[in-house]
Design a protein around this ligand. Structure first.
Ligand code: CTP
Length: 402
């Protein structure tokens, strides 16, 4: 897998930097093109010349040093990378990346890259266990970065415990497997809609539905984990937006329509898991309606069908719809797939126990427009999100081959 691949090896400050020299040697022997980027502290442990000799490439240490006047180095190297591995990753570099700080060549380049990022932490056991470091690593995981467990044992500082950087042979295997299974969604822009909509009657009343938003939020979280840039357009829910996801709050079907169509041209994938109202009150009263008479008839008019509209104007975009049905699941779902010009549709029978609105599990069937279909058993919404994105990625790979 490594032949002709461009690996950016970020080296931050730590005694384990010497192990990275062995890794560079293994990578170049395996045919990879390796660019080493060092922080200032890393250079206190190993010199750039060591890495230059092993990689046969210029070693980057300074954002503002531009060896080639035709290019902006940190963007150029970020664009070329098939994978970025930061080894050793110090507590300081982990903290900076978790907070988007770009104050040296390594952090700036990593922020600019769309390639998968892996980090091999190396530090004292007490630093590694510190909640600040653990929280920062969780933030990085939520960005889809891969954190490579350090080994336990005798540490250079004299302590015994967890914090020893993974061995070069293990890192080599890991790079190989990360390159073999790159997620198709990495670097893609994906818009996910979630939750119910509210269709106002007057300032205190609305029509809505039982959607909790759990399915859509789980998809947004999983897509982010797979390295996609995620925009979550959400109706009112009680959920917190997953870390690293851009949240756009909306109320009504009309607002959801605008939020989605405004962003549509820029997207690679749209997943419409929101339970959008099909009808809205014809008139929204500006004052609270007082109690009067025994009956109140409200005239409802159709809302805009966002998915149908974007299905008409899609070009490169991949559209994933949902079909919540109470009968004739396959027939209705396939009809929506075709009618709304979708690539994939996720169908569920909302009357089945363990499926549908406001529960933590789902039972789905997925149909694609190239005639694949698969039924899944009851599973958590997180697992359901994962299989939906697996199917989506398989579909994207098949489409690239077509
Ligand atoms: N949808 C949408 N805008 C609407 C209604 C639905 O974008 N105004 C989307 C939903 O987010 C979902 C898909 O269309 O992904 C199917 O929604 P559903 O309500 O099941 O389909 P409808 O076309 O409304 O058909 P019906 O209500 O007759 O089943």
């Amino acid at each position: 897998m490594l032949k002709k691949k461009t690996i950016v090896l970020g080296v931050s400050g730590g005694i384990a930097a010497f192990k990275s020299a062995a890794l560079v040697s293994k990578l170049t022997q395996a045919g990879a093109n390796v660019f080493v980027v060092m922080t200032e502290s890393a250079q206190k442990f190993v010199t750039p010349l060591t890495f230059q000799a092993l990689s046969r490439n210029y070693v980057y240490t300074d954002t503002f040093e531009e060896p080639d006047a035709e290019k902006i180095a940190h963007i150029d190297i970020a664009d070329q990378a098939d994978l970025i591995l930061i080894a050793p990753a110090s507590a300081n570099t982990i903290a900076k990346l978790a907070h988007g700080i770009a104050d040296n060549m390594l952090t700036t380049l990593t922020l600019a890259a769309k390639a998968p990022v892996a980090l091999a932490p190396a530090m004292n056991v007490n630093m590694y266990d510190h909640p600040a470091v653990q929280n920062n690593m969780n933030t990085l995981r939520s960005y889809g970065y891969k954190l490579i467990e350090p080994g336990a044992g005798y540490l250079a500082c004299g302590w015994i415990g967890k914090g020893r950087m993974a061995e070069p042979e293990d890192l080599l295997d890991l790079i190989d497997s990360l390159l073999a299974n790159p997620t198709t969604l990495a670097g893609k822009k994906i818009l996910v809609t979630a939750g119910p909509t509210r269709e106002a009657l007057d300032p205190v009343r609305y029509f809505s539905n039982y959607s909790s938003g759990k399915m859509g939020y789980a998809i947004a979280k999983e897509a982010r984990k797979r390295g996609a840039y995620v925009t979550l357009v959400s109706g009112p829910t009680a959920l917190n937006a997953p870390a690293g996801v851009e949240l756009v709050d909306v109320q009504s079907a009309e607002e959801m329509y605008r939020a989605v169509t405004d962003r549509f041209n820029d997207m690679d994938v749209v997943v419409k898991s929101a339970a959008v109202a099909d009808y809205q009150p014809e008139k929204v009263l500006s004052q609270k309606r007082k109690k009067q008479g025994n009956e109140w008839s409200v005239s409802l008019v159709k809302t805009k069908d966002t998915l149908f509209e974007i299905g008409k104007k899609k070009d490169k975009q991949i559209l994933v719809g949902f079909a919540a049905e109470s009968e004739h699941l396959d027939r209705y779902a396939k009809d929506k797939l075709e009618r709304k010009n979708l690539d994939l549709i996720v169908a569920n029978n909302i009357t089945a126990k363990g499926a549908g609105f406001d529960v933590d599990t789902n039972i789905v069937s997925i149909f694609t427009n190239d005639n694949h279909s698969i039924d899944y058993p009851e599973q958590s919404k997180a697992e359901t999100a994962s299989v939906i994105l697996d199917e989506l990625e398989d579909y994207m790979k098949r489409r690239e081959l077509m």
